[in-house]
Design a protein around this ligand. Structure first.
Ligand code: FES
Length: 176
């Protein structure tokens, strides 16, 4: 299993990556549309990071960081400052299915520890790790804003709520 360090980029924030990501004309047009919404270019940093992740196999790799710095006319360190603040921005390679299990109060009181233990055992990895086949990564995260339906987890952009151990098994087993 490979080790994820969700908020700690391996690369020094001051070193400029040698390679710069290249995107299709459609993706460039999408990026232009986002940039046009903001009077200050750097304000588009988050939507552009999501595009980078989508286009670069789920994570903000160094060529994508270099691209963003160039398009937004900011320093590499400015990109890392934002990327390492938000848990939804991946600064390491991530599995096809990123399972984020909420560990905050409502979920914790309603059994998130057991849910997490079950997921980790089922997939044979630890928190912040990815399975050898690259299919699953698990992160234990702070409140995902669905406290009324605790315990819950998020896979990709989908919420799975009011979890039970049976439900968790079904959800993971049903992923293609
Ligand atoms: S405490 Fe889990 S979603 Fe808020």
């Amino acid at each position: 299993m490979s080790q994820l360090s969700p908020n700690i980029p391996k690369q020094s924030g001051t070193k400029v990556p040698e390679e710069i990501a290249v995107f299709s004309t459609e993706v460039e047009a999408e990026i232009d549309r986002h940039l046009a919404k903001y009077p200050v270019k750097r304000s588009a940093i988050l939507p552009l990071m999501f595009i980078m992740q989508r286009e670069r196999r789920g994570w903000l790799d160094p060529p994508a960081v270099a691209y963003l710095a160039k398009r937004l006319d900011v320093k590499i360190t400015d990109i890392w400052e934002v990327a390492t603040f938000y848990s939804m921005i991946n600064t390491e390679p991530i599995g096809k299915y990123h399972i984020q299990i909420c560990k905050t109060l409502s979920c914790k009181l309603l059994g998130s520890d057991k849910i997490a233990e079950q997921c980790l055992k089922k997939l044979g990895i630890g928190p912040g790790e990815t399975t050898k086949d690259g299919r699953f990564s698990i992160s234990l995260v702070e409140c995902l804003g669905s406290c009324g339906t605790a315990p819950m987890l998020q896979i990709g952009f989908d919420f799975h709520e009011n979890l039970t151990q049976e439900k968790v098994d079904q959800i993971i087993d049903s992923l293609p």
